[in-house]
Ligand binder design. Structure first.
Ligand SMILES: NC(=O)c1ccc[n+]([C@@H]2O[C@H](COP(=O)([O-])OP(=O)(O)OC[C@H]3O[C@@H](n4cnc5c(N)ncnc54)[C@H](O)[C@@H]3O)[C@@H](O)[C@H]2O)c1
Length: 344
């Protein structure tokens, strides 16, 4: 598959390296409006052709898919343009910010017979393998309780060739840590509980103490599931430390994944595994092979596309509901659903 990377910053550069490890995809083009970033792409891979706009790329270069690693405020327009041009699309999180946009995108993808695939890379992490292994076959039993704790001393910074602090500019970032890291927690919870939450409640700490800023620096989300399970998600860019912890418990035992160490306790004993910690490489290149194999396998099969496209909608709806709840002082909000009627 011939791939164009769109947005050659931290994530895009990580992708260029990661594509070298997969057989089914080859990067032939890189798009970035920044001349500095285009020059960097050519230094790293003189074989790629660089472009400043998607229109130029589409006019000049045949590609099968685009991998969108541009800043969040550009995702929807780039996805639309690429799908309309008949390309498969992988898009970094957030794939969309509003549920109606997410539904429009998957409807467009279906009309064009192309796959819209979320770069939900934590789903392919060693942490998720342990957690999924602990819940499969009912090992922990149910209802399940979960607690995710994501602590950071700051938001990540972007590359110097563009706007390194775009994550604090709501016009570009479209939100704060809930949209940035909360998105990963949202699809992880939905995958582990096997369903989207029934309600979402959220309290947030806003930049300058002002919800109107739209920039959440820390948040606590509570998800309630139809099956009786609950998931609490603590996110912070202002905690002064850096760690990821995922705790799951059920009547049959517990799973605790804390940075590089995973421990699953059940009646059969304790399994301890050392994992590569999730917080070292910002783009997590080592998780890419599994994610791309999933994408390429779905494209080749031409079926099974409902799973990733549904996840685009459920993830967007969950985070949208969290912002709505935080804006209403933590009142529970029912996330917009994914129904056959909404998605043609
Ligand atoms: N899944 C993950 O683990 C992960 C990790 C890092 C970043 N990301 C995501 O990747 C995206 C980019 O983040 P980043 O950290 O690489 O940011 P960055 O600032 O390092 O890079 C952004 C790049 O996009 C370019 N750009 C700006 N406007 C553009 C446009 N209209 N079209 C194409 N390119 C444009 C900039 O010139 C810059 O090179 C974000 O959506 C972020 O959430 C995901």
């Amino acid at each position: 598959m011939r791939i164009a990377i769109i947005g050659f910053g931290t994530a895009g550069e990580g992708r260029l390296h990661a594509y070298r490890t997969v057989a089914a995809g080859r990067v032939v083009a890189v798009l970035d409006p920044s001349p500095e970033r285009r020059a960097r792409a050519l230094r790293l891979d003189p074989g790629v052709v660089t472009y400043a706009t998607l229109a130029e790329l589409l006019a000049a270069q045949p590609v099968d898919a685009v991998d969108i690693c541009a800043p969040p405020n550009r995702h929807v327009e780039l996805e639309r343009e690429a799908l309309t041009a008949g390309l498969h699309v992988i898009c970094e999180k957030p794939v969309a910010v509003r549920t109606d946009e997410a539904l429009d995108l998957i409807n467009l993808a279906r009309e064009r017979g192309r796959l819209l695939y979320p770069a939900h890379n934590y789903g392919f992490s060693p942490m998720m393998r342990v957690l999924t292994g602990a819940v499969t076959g009912g090992r922990l039993g149910g209802p399940l309780r979960a607690r995710f704790q994501i602590a950071r001393d700051s938001h990540a910074r972007g590359v110097p060739g563009w706007q390194p602090d775009w994550r604090r500019d709501v016009a570009v970032a479209q939100g704060g840590i809930m949209l940035d890291h909360g998105t990963h927690c949202a699809y992880m919870a939905t995958q582990l509980f096997g369903e989207a939450p029934r309600t979402v409640s959220c309290l947030a700490q806003w930049a300058d103490g002002d919800a109107a800023s739209g920039m959440d620096l820390a948040a606590r989300l509570n998800l309630e599931f139809n099956g009786g399970g609950t998931c609490e998600i603590d996110l912070s860019w202002v905690s002064g430390t850096r760690s990821n912890r995922y705790l799951l418990s059920g009547p049959g035992g517990t799973a605790d994944v804390h940075d590089g160490v995973a421990e699953v306790r059940t009646a059969h004993g304790v399994e301890r595994t050392d994992l590569a910690p999730p917080s070292r490489d910002q783009t997590h290149q080592e998780w890419f092979g599994g994610m791309f194999a999933d994408f390429a396998g779905l494209v080749a099969a031409g079926t099974g596309w409902d799973r990733p496209m549904r996840e685009v909608v459920t993830t967007t709806a969950l985070i949208e509901a969290a912002y709505r709840s935080a804006g209403r002082g933590g009142e529970p909000v029912v996330p917009a659903g994914f129904s056959a009627a909404q998605a043609r």
